[in-house]
Design a protein around this ligand. Structure first.
Ligand SMILES: *[C@@H]1O[C@H](CO)[C@@H](O)[C@H](O)[C@H]1NC(C)=O
Ligand SMILES: *[C@@H]1O[C@H](CO)[C@@H](O)[C@H](O)[C@H]1NC(C)=O
Ligand SMILES: *[C@@H]1O[C@H](CO)[C@@H](O)[C@H](O)[C@H]1NC(C)=O
Ligand SMILES: *[C@@H]1O[C@H](CO)[C@@H](O)[C@H](O)[C@H]1NC(C)=O
Ligand SMILES: *[C@@H]1O[C@H](CO)[C@@H](O)[C@H](O)[C@H]1NC(C)=O
Length: 323
């Protein structure tokens, strides 16, 4: 008897909670629901949709991806069956003229979401998202690359946060990166990591990518400026234009390298190679034809070097030098 009562009670409770709340369904943003589907299992989920309170007393019909449903789906509040990964864009329309009223996109995300197909991994260490900043002022840029077969994938949402604070970001116009701003005070030690979350969809499949980092780990000095030669042997250069001043606080160290003039600065076969904190270097090699290369790194954090493509170089061909 009491067991029956308990059953009735729990089913009544379930009717109240289960039908309004399903833990696999999450509202990501206006008009977007995300359904989490367990990986490798057949899944069938009924999802409640509503056209909106302002259309409460109207006669309403629904379409999926622009097509009428068979049998027709009628009413302000309806339930739709989502099988496997079959999400869709459900629009509600006024009967009988068919005027568009509202819509809900149902996105499907695999759970666990670790067999991703939309973005390419740039390297096992770096993951799918690459971030860099030219200094500590707080602006950073992150990029990603869609795989060959998912070029149409579209970014739904990007969130950047640091310790409960939301950072403003702008999506790049080609949808493969974001610029974010205003993240840290440069004269205080950075205590909290930045977390960047990218929600990207291909049709109605949603994947979520996250990258967590300190700004100091992604600060990568830009190309050095004004590389020049004097006395035929002494090369000197300036800090990048985008680097912080005063230099004593945000000091750089430099990697200098001399390569054969048939090679490029990227070459592993250097004639000589050295690290220096000075912004000049006296080259002492026999060859009269060589390339002098230099790039920078934050000397306190030992963060990333300037990119390979951002070596500054002078090509020395006997007495002819081009920097
Ligand atoms: C449109 O539908 C969404 C649910 O996707 C709902 O939150 C919103 O209130 C509706 N808008 C109107 C104007 O009824
Ligand atoms: C819908 O109809 C009910 C009963 O007639 C009324 O109380 C309510 O205000 C109406 N709602 C809207 C949005 O028109
Ligand atoms: C879903 O339908 C609405 C209304 O027609 C449209 O604005 C929106 O772009 C559609 N979304 C997708 C992903 O097709
Ligand atoms: C994904 O996560 C599941 C459960 O955490 C794990 O068993 C599986 O090996 C992971 N797959 C990959 C490709 O990482
Ligand atoms: C950073 O954000 C705060 C609060 O949103 C704002 O008051 C401040 O002006 C911003 N600073 C910069 C450098 O953008």
């Amino acid at each position: 008897m009491s067991a029956l009562l308990l059953m009735l009670l729990s089913s009544a409770l379930c009717w109240a909670s289960c039908h309004t709340h399903n833990e696999n369904i999450e509202s990501l943003m206006d008009n977007v629901l995300v359904l989490r589907v367990p990986y490798g299992q057949d899944s069938r989920e009924y999802i409640p949709l509503t056209c909106g309170e302002s259309h409460q007393n109207q006669s309403i019909t629904w379409k999926k991806n622009g097509l009428e449903l068979d049998p027709p789906l009628l009413g302000n509040q309806v339930r739709v069956l989502v099988e496997e990964m079959d999400g869709g864009n459900y629009t509600c329309h006024l009967n009988p003229d068919g005027k568009y009223l509202n819509h809900t996109m149902i996105m499907v995300q695999l759970d666990p979401d670790n067999r991703t197909v939309i973005l390419e991994e740039s390297s096992p260490k770096e993951g799918h998202i690459h971030c860099s900043a030219p200094n500590y002022k707080g602006t950073f840029h992150c990029t990603w690359k869609r795989t060959e077969s998912r070029r149409n994938a579209a970014v739904l949402l990007v969130k950047a946060e640091r310790h409960l604070e939301t950072l403003p970001c702008n999506l790049d116009s080609d949808g493969s990166g974001v610029h974010c701003h205003n993240t840290t005070c440069p004269f205080k030690e950075e205590q909290h990591r930045i977390s960047l979350t990218v929600y990207i969809r291909s049709y109605f499949r949603l994947e979520v990518y996250e990258k967590v980092f300190f700004l100091r780990d992604i600060v990568r000095p830009a190309k050095l400026s004004n590389l020049r030669i004097s006395d035929g042997k002494v090369f000197s250069w300036n800090y990048p234009d985008t680097w912080e001043t005063p230099c004593t606080y945000f000091g750089l160290q430099f990697q200098v390298k001399v390569v054969n003039n048939e090679h490029s600065c990227k070459s592993e076969e250097a004639i000589m190679e050295s690290i220096t904190e000075d912004n000049e270097y006296k080259v002492n090699v026999k060859s009269k034809r060589f390339i002098f290369c230099v790039r920078a790194q934050d000397k306190y954090t030992n963060g990333p070097w300037s990119l390979w493509s951002l070596w500054s170089q002078c090509i020395v061909n006997k007495h002819h030098v081009t920097c």
